[in-house]
Design a protein around this ligand. Sequence first.
Ligand code: HEM
Length: 413
Amino acid sequence: MNLYFLMTALFVAMAGLMAADAALTSFTLIPWFNGLRWLRVHFITLGAITEMVFGLLPAIIAIQVGLPRPKFRWDIWLTLNIGLLTLLVGIPIVNQALIFTGGTLVFIATTLLIVQLYEMKVSRPVAVADNGRSHNGRKFYIVGLSYFLLGIIVGTGLWLGWSSWLRIAVPVEVHIHANNWGFLTMVFAGMIVDMYPVWAKRPLAWPRSITPIFWMLTIGALGLVIGPWVKSNWFSVPGIILFLSATIWLLLNVIKPLWGDKEAWTHPGLWHIVTAYWWILAPVLVAPLIILNVPGFPGVGIEQNAPQALVYGWVLQFGYAFIPYFFYRMFLPNEPAQLGGSWFSLVTVNLGGFFLWASIFLTAYQGILHGTAYVLWTLSIIPIVLSLWQIMRRGLATMDTGEILLEGSSAGN
Ligand code: HEM
C-alpha cells in the first residue's frame, strides 16, 4: 500500500465537508470565512486528485513499459505533503512566507516526479501491443506535470505579487488554465489511453489517433495559457479550437467501441467518465460568447463561478470513477476491480453542476441555487467516501501488517 491512498481518502472526505460548509454559507446559515473558497477547490484538485496522481503514475508506467514495480519514494511523498500542509495553513491566513514555502515544496515534489517518470525508460519496443494496449500515457503525464509546475508558480505568486513582474494580464485565469486544461486534462487523457483497454476490455476506437490528440491537447493548452497571460485572443481562440476538437476526439475514442454494447453501460463508472467531460466542455463552449462580449451574457458571472462546476463536475467526478478502481487494485487485489461511482452520485453530481450554472444566469435566485448545488455535490461524495472506507477497511483487515508500510504500489496491474 502506498501512503498516497490514505491521503487521498482523507482529502475526499475533507472535500465532502467543504462542500457541506459551502452549502450552509450559501444559505447564510453559518458565517463565511477567509480561505473557504481556496479550500473548497483545492481539497479536491491539489488534495485528493494530486495525491492519487502522484501515487499512481510511477506504477502505471512501470506496467506499461515492462519495468519492475517502483519503490516508494519517501522524498517525493514528504515534499508534496509537507508542502500541501504548509499551504493549507498559509493560504487561509494569507501568510506570504508559508505560501512561498508550501508552493516551493510542491514544486520540488512535482519536479522529482517528472524526473522519476522520465527516467523510467521503455524496456520493450514502443508499439501498439497485441492486446490493443499501448503505453502512450507517459508523455501525457510528463507534459501534464510540466503544466502543473507552471500552475504552481502562478498560484504561489498570486498573493505574493509575482503576477506583475511575470507580466501576467489575468493571473487567476492563467493559473486555472495551466492546472485544468494543462495538468489534469493531460493526466486524465494519459490515464484513459493506458487504462481504457483494462476498464473496457477492448482497445480505443482509433489507437493511431493518440499521438495527434496528444499534440492537439498540448498545443491547445499552451494557447489557453498564453491567451490570458498576454490578454490576446490570437492565442485563446486557436487554443479553444484545438482543445475542443482533441477532447471530443478522445471521447469518441472511448464511446465508439462501447456503442450498442448495453452491458457496458450498466455500470455508473463509465457514465461518470463520459458525463464528467461535459463540465470541461461547457466553459469552453460558452467562451466564444464571452470573447465576443454578447450583450446580456453573464461573462463575469461565468468566469467567477464556472471553475467550481469544472472542479466538482469534471475533476471530482472523474475521480469518482478511477479512485475507487485503484483502491480496489491496491487494497483488495484478489477481487475483480471495477470503476467506482454510483447512480446516486451520477445524478447528484451532474445536477449540482446544472444548479451551479443556473445560479450564474438566474441571479435573483443565486444564493438558493448556489447552495443547492453544494448540497447535491455533498450528497454525491457520500457514497464515494463510504466505498473507499469499506475497501480500505476490508483490505487492511486482510493485509499482513509488515506488508502495509513498505511495499511499493501494486495499483497498475
Ligand atoms: C501549489 C499549488 C497551488 C497553489 C499555491 C494555488 C493557489 C491558488 C490561489 C492563491 C488561488 C486564488 C484564490 C482566490 O482568489 O480566491 C487559486 C485559485 C484556483 N486554483 Fe489553485 N493553487 C494550486 C494548485 C491548483 C491546482 C492543482 C488546481 C487544479 C487542477 C487549481 C485550481 C484552481 C482553481 C479552479 C481556482 C479558482 C477557484 C475559484 O475561483 O473558486 N489550483 N489557486
